[in-house]
Design a binder for this molecule. Structure first.
Ligand code: FE2
Ligand code: FE2
Length: 163
């Protein structure tokens, strides 16, 4: 990012990067939680649920890529070791110890709700201060809201026995 690009950011770049790094860690943990969940989950509607989990995993990884690109544009270095992810993350990693579909969906739903809170907060932090980051976070928040809705509908279908 050039001199002027940095100058027009109305928020301390170190502070902003700190928040972006935490979100980056969240995304990797969310990616892995979905990715592994899709591999091991079992129960009714398995095929539809696996498809959705895989789609969400893919989108969480895209979010990690967006956050990484923005950090680099800001002249910052993303967390260099996966060990840092759980240390700095906003949202807990929920290990899929019980692979039954309902448990996996509920764990991921908890993760999405944490992500929605985090990005909603981050959006307020950058509003009117960094338009480019604002747009990126808004796009991510839209995805997380959609993820929450997808998981809620799957849980509802399971409950209604639509399988
Ligand atoms: Fe995400
Ligand atoms: Fe998500």
């Amino acid at each position: 990012m050039g001199k002027l690009g940095k100058e027009i950011i109305g928020i301390d770049i170190k502070k902003l990067s700190h928040s972006l790094k935490k979100a980056f860690a969240d995304e990797w943990l969310a990616y892995y939680q979905y990715w592994l969940g899709a591999k091991i989950t079992e129960g009714p509607m398995q095929e539809a649920i696996v498809k959705e989990l895989e789609q969400h995993a893919k989108e969480e990884l895209e979010h990690a890529q967006m956050l990484c690109d923005r950090l680099i544009q800001l002249g910052e270095i993303p967390p260099l070791s996966p060990q840092e992810w759980s240390e700095i993350a906003n949202c807990k990693y929920l290990a899929p110890t019980n692979p039954y579909v309902k448990n996996i969906l509920e764990q991921n739903l908890e993760g999405e709700q944490c992500a929605i809170k985090t990005y909603n907060q981050l959006l307020k932090e950058v509003k009117d201060k960094d338009h480019v980051t604002y747009n990126m976070i808004l796009k991510i928040l839209e995805d997380e809201e959609e993820h929450e809705e997808d998981l809620e509908s799957l849980l509802e279908d399971l409950k209604l026995g639509k399988h």
